[in-house]
Design a protein around this ligand. Structure first.
Ligand SMILES: [Zn+2]
Length: 356
């Protein structure tokens, strides 16, 4: 990103150049006035190509090429309004809800449990099975899961995927923590399963439960999950960042736009949340191509001094937002098909012609 160049030196250099030109023009005129013919003869001696030219009709032209910054950032060319009530970005609530929440050993979950639904009731005939009626997810996530498993079945003819575990209350996580290995089971409050956006897959083969490895036919899932908004949350090469051993069975919903970017750039959620913070609302924004459309993503830090953060938004453009569960909000603007992101090189070649 280029910082705007409003260096007064540029203006001064221009003035000096123009002044020099004027002096040159004055000298040329003096020669033309006092000894035009002689000068023309001398020029002809130096360069025969200039025979047709006479000094009395010569034009002094100086071309100055400068690099000027032009407004290209979104707030310079677009109007946005400061919102006070819609969306109400409440530091106690909105910061801890949404598809992009970061929940790990450092960041506890404290969001709501809206739309948590029994997967079995909304499976709608999709080709997968569910452990029991205690397996729950947010309704929007169940619909995406149905779509993914339907397409997986079309591609591979497999229907043995089994949803073993999904939403857990803090109390449920407490029980698992007490029963299990504390090095392997997340502390109550710090499990992504408490968000309602995560689930564990297994394979049920003739009533025999097998670990989901994401290999063979099942490799279709890690390769295509992003198209449905899911990420493989604990990848083998990200253990140092997630703090969780490789779990090929654990998927997390973050939305198609963000899952696509993370998949294509091999980023885990910890890395992605950090990256988004560099696309602050008043800086360059992140443009993501997903699902045949362009999405514009920017970050609004939560105001630590206020209960409510004022978030700048575009007028008349559809958008969604999510808290990141740590320190701010991520806005995702739907720019539709055929949108060309602005050129953030922020430079043009400007040509100034000075002539007599
Ligand atoms: Zn899990």
């Amino acid at each position: 990103m280029e910082v705007k160049n409003r260096n007064p030196k540029n203006g001064l250099q221009k003035k000096i150049l123009i002044a020099c030109c004027s002096v040159l023009v004055a000298i040329v005129l003096s020669f033309a006035g006092y000894g035009g013919y002689k000068l023309a003869t001398d020029f002809n001696k130096i360069n025969p190509k200039d025979k047709e030219k006479t000094p009395s009709t010569a034009t002094t032209t100086t071309v100055i090429t400068t690099t000027e910054s032009v407004p290209q950032f979104w707030w310079e060319t677009n109007s946005f309004e400061e919102l006070s009530t819609d969306p109400e970005l409440n530091g106690q609530d909105d910061l801890h809800n949404g598809e992009l929440l970061l929940v790990n050993s450092s960041w506890a979950y404290c969001g709501n449990s809206e739309d948590i639904s029994i997967v079995y009731d909304f499976r709608d005939g999709a080709p997968y099975s569910v452990k029991d009626r205690d397996v729950k997810l947010r309704l929007s996530v169940i619909y995406k899961l149905n779509d993914m498993m339907t397409d997986f079945n079309k591609a591979t003819n497999q229907r043995k995927v089994f949803i073993e575990s999904a939403y857990r209350t803090k109390e449920h996580q407490q029980q698992l923590y007490e029963k299990g290995d504390p090095n392997l089971v997340a502390k109550p409050g710090f499990s992504e399963h408490e968000t309602g956006y995560a689930f564990d897959l297994a394979v049920l083969d003739n009533d025999i439960r097998l670990d989901f490895t994401g290999e063979g036919d099942y490799a279709w899932i890690p390769q295509n999950a992003h198209k449905y908004g899911f990420i493989l949350r604990y990848a083998r090469d990200k253990v140092g960042l997630t703090g969780i051993a490789s779990e090929p069975w654990h998927y997390r919903y973050v939305g198609v736009t963000h899952a696509t970017y993370m998949y294509e750039n091999n980023l885990c959620l910890e890395e992605y949340i950090e990256l988004i913070k560099t696309y602050k609302y008043d800086k360059e924004h992140l443009y993501i191509k997903a699902d045949g459309k362009t999405f514009e993503v920017y970050y609004v830090p939560a105001d630590p001094r206020a209960m409510v953060t004022q978030a700048p938004i575009y007028e008349g453009v559809s958008y969604t937002y999510s808290g990141n569960n740590t320190d701010g909000y991520i806005f995702t603007v739907d720019r539709g098909e055929g949108f060309t992101p602005p050129d953030f090189s922020n430079k043009i070649e400007e040509t100034v012609t000075v002539s007599r």
